[in-house]
Ligand binder design. Structure first.
Ligand code: AMP
Length: 393
């Protein structure tokens, strides 16, 4: 399936944003990816953005769907401090990256407008006040930013250097990642509100994950309690059910790809390996070794049930502090353990959690517990707060 076909399908899925935000006038891209106009920044974010969290902690989202959770985090009475900008974007831009031309530039312009080699005009760096650095990624820095226009939403702005993307030969992958993520709306899937680019960089306007990386929390604590693990797995199952309903297979579930929202809620954040695969059986080997299911280790066809396996590995890692098939002696040894489902669950893990793990870590993908069954599993139901209805995580 071509990228444009895929994008068109996603455009069809995009229920609300398009008509209200189609820019008009000569700068409007003709392509099928609609980039909102500068003037509609506020409108778009008011509708979809979770950002600028209230000074006082809002109630946890009650029902499923991005809109409901976002209503819980509308701007509060006090302006949130976005921290001090260190000038890093300009400094970095002087030293890093080169202009990209030709086919790669077209791929990375991410739309099919006639002027796709030129920078996008609807959004740019002057749209935002830039705050503190949030982190450094492989292809550039991430900053906390706020829109200058009311109601001054807070976002994470991620830079990607085009020439480095081209050097790493991942332009198609990045493009796919952006196209997929931009069309997803779920409280436990990190929102990508939009993007813009200049000659050297792509800027992604991401939902701000106020509590940062889940992986850091896991490293800090060693492992999580049964309650905390169960809550995260419930939210993961909810998010994965949503992704699968859109025919998106994530394929790279692991703690490093999960962020935490302002209320500590989980957000799936990285779609680098995901595929939009309606009715498709995929055979590419990708993802992280420890989370690979037997069918991928053995180079067989795979489907969305790879994410169920990964959910089992994640449950184990949350509770134990390391993944179940890890073997530091060699990659081959880990592969062998995965293919044999050589699983040993430590005795401190409760019988209910053990039951869920063993039912997800089945060699035969068809035998794995379904996401709907994960969400009604006793270990999940036991820790779900009364005010969180099924379907909301
Ligand atoms: P990445 O390039 O996605 O690996 O991002 C680099 C670092 O920036 C991450 O490890 C996070 O600490 C931080 N970061 C990335 N995206 C966000 C976000 N949406 N909200 C808050 N922090 C982020």
């Amino acid at each position: 399936m071509s990228v444009s076909h895929l994008t068109k399908q996603f455009s069809a899925l995009d229920v609300n944003a398009k008509k209200a935000n189609q820019p008009s006038g000569p700068t409007r891209p003709i392509g099928h990816i609609k980039t909102p106009s500068q003037s509609s920044v506020g409108k778009l974010l008011a509708k979809y953005a979770a950002p600028n969290p209230p000074a006082t902690k809002p109630a946890a989202p009650k029902t499923a769907g991005a809109e409901s959770s976002q209503a819980a985090s509308r701007p509060g009475p006090k302006t949130i401090d976005i921290g001090k900008y260190d000038g890093g974007l300009e400094l970095e831009n002087e030293k890093r990256g080169e202009k990209v031309t030709g086919e790669a530039a077209e791929d990375l312009a991410l739309d099919s407008s006639v002027a796709r080699k030129s920078p996008t005009r609807e959004w740019n760096l002057t749209t935002f006040d830039i705050g503190r650095p949030l982190g450094k990624g492989k292809f550039g820095r991430v900053y906390m930013v706020r829109t200058k226009c009311e109601p001054r939403y807070i976002l994470a702005l991620k830079t990607l250097y085009k020439s480095e993307i081209v050097q790493a030969r991942v332009e198609k992958q990045i493009r796919r990642e952006i196209e997929i993520q931009q069309n997803l709306r779920h409280p436990h899937v990190l929102r990508l509100y939009g993007y813009f680019h200049d000659e050297k960089r792509i800027f992604l306007m991401l939902e701000f994950a106020g509590k940062g990386e889940l992986y850091k929390q896991l490293s800090k604590h060693g492992s999580f309690s049964e309650r905390r693990s169960s809550r995260y797995i419930d939210q993961m199952a909810d998010a994965l059910a949503y992704l699968h309903s859109k025919h998106v297979i994530h394929r790279d579930i692991k703690p490093e790809n999960l962020l935490l929202g302002i209320n500590g809620e989980l957000k799936i954040a990285d779609f680098g390996w995901s595929v939009h695969a309606p009715g498709n059986r995929r055979m590419t080997l990708c993802g992280t070794l420890d989370y690979l299911p037997p069918e991928m280790v053995e180079g067989k066809e795979h489907n969305e049930r790879v994410d169920l396996w990964a959910l089992g590995v994640l449950t184990y890692e949350f509770l134990v502090g390391s993944p179940p098939f890890e073997d530091r002696s060699s990659t081959q040894a880990t592969y062998r353990r995965i293919a044999k489902v050589d699983l040993k669950v430590p005795s401190h893990v409760s019988p209910e959690a053990r039951d869920l793990i063993t039912k997800l870590l089945k060699y035969d993908p068809q035998q794995r517990l379904l996401l709907s069954e994960v969400r009604t599993h006793p270990w999940i139901v036991k820790y779900r707060p009364k005010d969180v209805s099924r379907g909301s995580g």
